[in-house]
Design a protein. Structure first.
Length: 253
């Protein structure tokens, strides 16, 4: 058989074939998207959240991410970004309604977004500062999670990125008091979810390590991509529910 050169679509038959190929491609892409597992990740505009979103996309997941601006800096057909301010209950309600309107069951929720006050040398408990940090790290995260849980598949994984700074067995100084209190309270929320969702959804907390982010600073010893790899392995596995993890090992509460 002799092949002839030419541009597909230069004849009526070619244009018809081109249309069929396009429609078949769109159909297969739609079917692929429908079969993809879905992960929701908060705070994907930078740091660990961005590295996680990129990792899940590379591994073939559909990602629903949030950022304070609704922009992520990541271009991918399987990424949807929603604007979310965890300190604002109306923003949480609007964001979760938009996620729900997509009609997709969620397989993994990763609570990543958080703040701190960088008051290393101030051990005084300043209520206004504590309230500001708790608003995001505890109240906002709990509120968002409670809205997402009903959208999750049975057998899904609720993973919260917390910190060993919130571990009662790891407190050795009075530094960063508001951050430590917020993470300790969030750890208790994780424990409450564990008992409430037992047999339905796996619940985990994870300490990512000291990561080179805006929060961790340039002197930290772990790159966001390395932390994302560890968190991805945990999120996509079926670990014992109700545990606090660090680098694949159980960490004391």
């Amino acid at each position: 058989m002799k092949y002839t050169s030419g541009v597909l679509g230069s004849s009526p038959r070619g244009r018809t074939l081109k249309k069929i190929i396009y429609l078949r491609g769109s159909w297969f892409e739609s079917k692929r998207a429908d079969s993809m597992q879905t992960v929701v990740i908060t705070g994907i505009s930078r740091g660990i959240g961005k590295a996680l979103a990129e990792k899940f996309l590379r591994e073939g997941y559909a990602v629903m991410g949030t950022s304070s601006t609704g922009i992520s800096g990541i271009k991918n057909a399987h990424l949807t970004v929603f604007q979310l301010d965890l300190s604002n209950s109306k923003s949480i309600e609007m964001c979760t309604k938009e996620i729900s309107s997509r009609g997709k069951k969620i397989d993994i929720l990763i609570n990543n977004a958080g703040v701190w006050s960088n008051n290393e040398n101030d051990s005084a408990l300043r209520v206004e500062l504590l309230r500001k940090v708790m608003e995001v790290n505890l109240f906002g995260t709990v509120d968002f999670t409670e809205h997402i849980i009903p959208l999750m598949n049975e057998g899904g994984h609720l993973l919260t990125i917390t910190s060993r700074a919130g571990s009662f067995s790891h407190v050795h100084a009075a530094t960063y008091p508001d951050y430590k209190i917020s993470k300790a309270a969030l750890n208790m929320a994780v424990r409450i979810w564990t008992f409430r969702l037992k047999g339905k959804i796996i619940v985990s907390a994870v300490h990512p390590g000291w990561v080179k982010t805006d929060m961790g600073g340039p002197q930290a010893d772990i790159e966001p991509q390395e932390a994302a790899e560890d968190i991805f392995k945990l999120a996509t596995s079926r670990p014992e529910t109700g545990q606090f993890w660090f680098k694949g090992e159980k960490f004391p509460w």
